[in-house]
Design a protein around this ligand. Structure first.
Ligand code: PPS
Length: 290
């Protein structure tokens, strides 16, 4: 299917039409953020679904009812997606949202509120591999072609939500002060309980050790994969072909090594390093960038 049938352009960013419309974006722009809202911001494929599992548990004292009964896209909805109009009035404060938007496109009420942000980033090499596989199973995205062809699209920003480097740079050195917490997917893989404790402290919440252990175990890849409210198995096969690839695919650090040739690696490194020049964002290709 041609690109213009699948995507709409929003301030130069490619968004899938299946979940974004002119109306959903108007709704996003006029969204009324509240001071006790929490927004998880990610570039796609960096840990959004994982945080949609973790946050409701932390914000509700370890109560598992929401994560076991409400699909992730309704319990922690995307600010910019169509679905939010259906569910926003049903959310009880404190509310949690996710967004893939860059900083400068956040709605005015976000800047005037005291809402907190958790920015999750992931090694872009694992991001592109996750996204490449996702394009193969999602009928609402274009055929990614070969991995090499997809890398060209990724590096030129001709992919969902534009360039990875633009996104991470936009959320760096903001005016948000202590309203923003930065975490990485790799830190979550290495020490999930430790990251959860950091999030709790950022949100001003407590959790006893036993509940924290239960929450961490529930949010591990192997158990989240079994949760039908979080593993996208509720999405019909003609929209996501789960026989081609699972949404919760591998959940590891370093799968990029199975996709990058030395030539592709040099090309990728050169572009990303050049675009991060002059910033304080460092990238450790084997692990986290911070
Ligand atoms: S999306 O489409 O932007 O919402 O995707 P997103 O949820 O940001 O990213 C999907 C990748 O996150 C992995 N994931 C996890 N990894 C480890 N542990 C847990 N619990 C977990 N939950 C989600 C998911 O498997 C995708 O990564 P890949 O590399 O494709 O497996």
């Amino acid at each position: 299917m041609a690109s213009n049938e699948l995507y709409l352009f929003y301030h130069g960013l490619l968004l899938p039409k299946i979940s974004h419309t002119g109306d959903s974006l108007k709704c996003f722009e006029s969204f009324q953020m509240q001071d006790d809202d929490v927004v998880v911001v990610t570039y796609p494929k960096s840990g959004t679904t994982w945080m949609q599992e973790i946050l409701p548990l932390l914000m509700n004292g370890g109560d598992f009812s929401k994560v076991l009964t409400i699909p992730n896209w309704d319990r922690v909805p995307w600010l910019e997606e169509l679905r939010i109009a259906e569910v926003v009035d049903k959310l009880t404060p404190p509310r949690a949202f996710v967004s893939h938007m860059p900083y400068h496109l956040m709605p005015p009420s976000f800047f005037s509120s005291k809402a907190k942000v958790i920015y999750v980033s992931r090694n872009p090499k694992d991001v592109i591999v996750s996204s490449f596989n996702f394009h193969q199973m999602a009928s609402f995205l274009h055929d990614p072609g070969t991995f090499e062809e997809f890398m060209d699209s990724f590096l030129s920003g001709n992919v969902l939500f534009g360039k990875w480097t633009d996104h991470v740079k936009s959320w760096r050195n903001t005016d948000l002060g202590d309203r923003i917490l930065y975490i990485t997917y790799e830190e979550m893989i290495k020490d999930l309980s430790g990251v959860i404790e950091r999030i709790l402290s950022f949100l001003g919440k407590n959790m006893n050790k036993e509940t924290l252990k239960r929450v961490s175990e529930h949010c591990e890849f192997k158990s989240m994969k079994q949760n039908n409210m979080s593993n996208y198995s509720l999405v019909p096969q003609d929209i996501m072909d789960h026989t081609k690839c699972r949404f919760l695919r591998k959940g590891i650090v370093g799968d990029w090594k199975n996709y990058f040739t030395p030539e592709l690696e040099s090309k990728f490194n050169a572009v990303i390093f050049e675009e991060l020049k002059g910033t304080d964002i460092t990238v450790s290709w084997d692990g986290a960038h911070n």
